[in-house]
Design a protein around this ligand. Structure first.
Ligand code: PHE
Length: 338
């Protein structure tokens, strides 16, 4: 008998044996399968083993080696099937060994990332103020990241050095980029929904900044947008103050400094008081009429405010974290503290 033919038979036997063991539903069927394959007198393994006598003498060492391997394989798949029976409950077999007096193994409980925890809490606070969460893509086109937000082509905010433009998309004449602000979601929501609007959007934004204690090329913003009749700057200040007091405590004060954003007019920089000083938390303002027009709203009918706050900053203030890079190092010794 040729070696190849013998090896072929062995391989087939191994495959069939595994299939047979796997198909056994209870201990009785498994035992029948074991006898059929591994039975000492008339098992199929024994029969194949006998064929080895017919293999050419010089090929016998190779045949014997493979024979031993196949035997181990078959025994292993029998053992697997047997384990399945004993651990699988109803199928009978030997009961699982279990000593109730041994001390238990305490499972290691994971926890949510501090930024995830912050996001959940912010959504909760803003939810109580009547804001629902909206979402948008992290890969954006120029219309949503710039144009509809009143940021024209020549504006410095569109500089390739300040944005992550995607080079593959440019080749197909469609310019895409990783969104640099969550204000994109304002446009997406207003495009698809008539006023009134009261949403927040929490998500990642990307800017090619070198990472240092206060910068990271990816961070999170909480965008807020409220559009209705007769909305004023006072409403903006009230909402931000209520938010700040809920998140940072009743003794927090809030201050507006005049600022500029292309999509709000007037625009402010919002600061929260902290340890006798002021900390910048983000930008805000009354939505520019050009933006309302770009999404088909009538600025004579409705007005609104928008704000964009840095989530990491809020989280860092709250927990006394002094270096943003700690948040993304994934060092469990750091993460376990939250
Ligand atoms: N999008 C602005 C930024 O990223 C923040 C902002 C949002 C300002 C909404 C005004 C209104 O800096």
């Amino acid at each position: 008998m040729a070696l190849a033919e013998f090896l072929e038979q062995l391989n087939q036997l191994a495959a069939e044996a595994t299939a047979l063991f796997d198909a056994a539903d209870d201990a009785e069927q498994l035992e029948a399968a074991r006898v059929e394959i591994l039975g000492a007198k008339s098992g199929r393994f024994k029969a194949t083993q006998k064929l080895m006598g017919a293999v050419d003498g010089s090929d016998r060492p190779a045949a014997g080696k493979r024979l031993n391997e196949v035997k181990s394989e078959i025994e292993a798949s029998f053992k697997t099937a047997q384990d399945r029976m004993t651990s699988g409950g109803s199928a009978g077999g030997a009961p699982v060994q279990f000593d109730p007096t041994l001390p238990g193994l305490k499972p290691q409980i994971g926890r949510l990332h501090p930024i995830t925890q912050t996001i959940e809490e912010l959504m909760d606070i803003m939810g109580r103020l009547g804001f629902t969460a909206a979402d948008g893509p992290e890969i954006e086109d120029e219309r949503h990241n710039f144009e509809a937000l009143n940021i024209p082509r020549e504006h410095p905010a569109r500089d390739p050095l300040d944005n992550f433009y995607l080079s593959t998309a440019q080749k197909q004449h469609e310019v895409l980029l990783l969104r640099s602000q969550t204000s994109t979601v304002q446009i997406r929501v207003m495009e698809s929904t008539p006023p009134p609007i009261r949403i927040i959007s929490l998500g990642r934004v990307y800017r090619p900044d070198t990472a240092d204690a206060t910068h990271y090329p990816m961070f999170h913003q909480m965008e807020g947008l409220l559009i209705d009749r007769h909305v004023t700057m006072a409403d903006l200040k009230s909402v931000l103050r209520l938010f700040a007091r809920s998140y940072l405590g009743a003794d927090v004060h809030i201050r507006f400094r005049p600022s500029f954003f292309p999509f709000t007019e007037p625009s402010v920089e919002a600061d929260f008081s902290w340890n006798q000083g002021w900390v910048e938390f983000g930008g805000a303002g009354m939505v520019d009429p050009n933006v309302l027009r770009a999404v088909g709203y009538d600025p004579e009918e409705v007005t609104g405010f928008a704000f964009g706050l840095g989530v990491e900053r809020l989280c860092m203030r709250r927990h006394g974290i002094t270096d943003i890079r700690e948040i993304y190092k994934n060092d469990v010794r750091f993460l376990q503290q939250f």
